[in-house]
Design a protein around this ligand. Structure first.
Ligand SMILES: Nc1ncnc2c1ncn2[C@@H]1O[C@H](COP(=O)(O)OP(=O)(O)O)[C@@H](O)[C@H]1O
Ligand SMILES: [Mg+2]
Length: 394
């Protein structure tokens, strides 16, 4: 069995994904794991963070530690080139301007998709014990992680069409008709399209295997960042991706006496308390606001010490998914784990895609996915540390 451990670092822009991912990578390598850190964020900053040169290929930067910054254009070209050429000629044959055809034949966000293929390759090669992925900011990454769902559907449709329509009917007919030949994909293009979809489905299996893959959500103790992280957690869980800890970065230390920063300190402490309420039972790790930028091996090492203490940074800190949706014929149930809540009378209300659950005198709010946001919650029960909220189907 392939035991390569993959750890994604996700979160809003600027919260400290690259820094915490880099610190984790250094620790992992020091612990003797063959480690690769790769960045899928087109705005790469691994080289700056490590203060070293990372060339276009996999670069050894420390003992046991390699780094790789994905070149999205190269990935796009090598994976999509053949299919894009076919689509372009098809688009031109339909009357589009040649200069536009190349653009039209590339779906936005596709470059991100091909980063996943690279992760798959490294995973399959079993060349590393640990692969650390520094991701693009949340919105982008969530799309990246959810894409395999759409792909599994596309593969089914492709296979169906190929089997019942294209192979037996259209392709033979196209031998006789020039206009049909212009629109039907040649066999090799159809094959490379199918292979691409199959590879992407493989990626999905890697993402879902919770014993080897998990995501760490990085956030700062600020309202907007916390909201977005909550939303990210809901979605990641629903896509079947395990989040194994929350990293609260840039906490002003208790020792700061300065009055200006003391206000910030109090505010952060309030937000931190909220983070514990919102994200428990997930483990929450905290990192202080350093005096200066965290750049270079020495500072990254210090940060790793704050983050993991003596723990093995590659450990899977949590493996349950605290958010689930259970769909039955009549209803949809939004289930959230909330082990530290005292049982009491439950009241529900919604505001946009936010669901507020009041249990006794405790109020908790959750971001619900779009599939539930038009529906009203009918009732809720709290058993065995889980709140089950029922939504009636229209
Ligand atoms: N705990 C911290 N204390 C001080 N500076 C930090 C801390 N974490 C990150 N930084 C700095 O903040 C900036 C942004 O961090 P970075 O990891 O690049 O964010 P992201 O990858 O989420 O966009 C960097 O200059 C980094 O050195
Ligand atoms: Mg970054």
């Amino acid at each position: 069995m392939n035991k390569t451990r993959i750890i994604f670092f996700a979160g809003k822009g600027g919260v400290g994904k690259t820094t915490t991912a880099a610190a984790t990578a250094i620790r992992s390598a020091q612990n003797g794991y063959r480690t690769l850190i790769m960045s899928t964020d087109p705005a790469h900053s691994l080289a700056d963070t490590f203060e070293c040169l990372i060339n276009r290929n996999v670069t050894a930067i420390r003992p046991n530690l390699d780094a790789f910054e994905i070149d999205p254009y190269f990935e796009l070209d090598s994976n999509w080139g053949e299919i894009r050429d076919y689509l372009s000629s098809l688009i031109i044959s339909l009357g589009a301007d040649a200069s536009l055809a190349g653009e039209l034949a590339t779906i936005p966000g596709m470059d991100n998709l091909f980063s996943l293929l690279r992760i798959r390759e490294f995973h399959q090669s079993q060349q590393y014990d640990v692969i650390i992925v520094d991701m693009a900011p949340t919105g982008e990454s969530l799309r990246l992680l959810s894409l395999p769902d759409a792909i599994s559907l596309a593969l089914k449709v492709t296979r169906y069409l190929e089997k019942y329509l294209v192979s037996p009917v259209i392709r033979p007919a196209s031998k006789m008709s020039k206009s049909l030949r212009a629109v039907i994909a040649p066999e090799e293009v159809a094959k490379s399209w199918e292979t691409l979809l199959e590879k992407l489905l493989d990626v999905r299996k890697i993402l879902e295997a919770d014993t080897v893959t998990s995501t760490r959500l990085v956030l700062n103790p600020e309202k907007m960042v916390i909201n977005e992280s909550q939303r990210a957690l809901t979605y990641l869980n629903l896509f079947g991706i395990t989040v194994d800890c929350i990293i609260v970065n840039r906490l002003i230390p208790d020792a700061v006496q300065d009055s200006y920063f003391h206000d910030w300190y109090s505010l952060q402490q309030r937000h931190l308390k909220n983070v514990y309420e919102l994200f428990s039972p997930l483990p929450i790790k905290t990192v202080p606001f350093f005096k200066e930028e965290v750049i270079g091996i020495a500072k990254l090492n210090l940060l790793a010490e704050c983050l993991y203490d003596n723990d093995d940074p590659t450990h899977l800190f949590y493996s349950e998914r605290p958010v689930k949706i259970i769909v039955t014929k009549e209803e949809r149930i939004f289930a959230v784990q909330a082990p530290f809540i005292k049982p009491g009378l439950i009241e529900l209300s919604t505001r946009g895609n936010e669901l507020m659950i009041q249990i006794g005198n405790q109020l908790r709010s959750f971001i619900i996915p779009d599939s539930l946001s038009g529906l009203s919650p009918t009732n809720a029960v709290y058993t065995d540390g889980w709140i089950h909220v029922k939504f009636q189907k229209n």
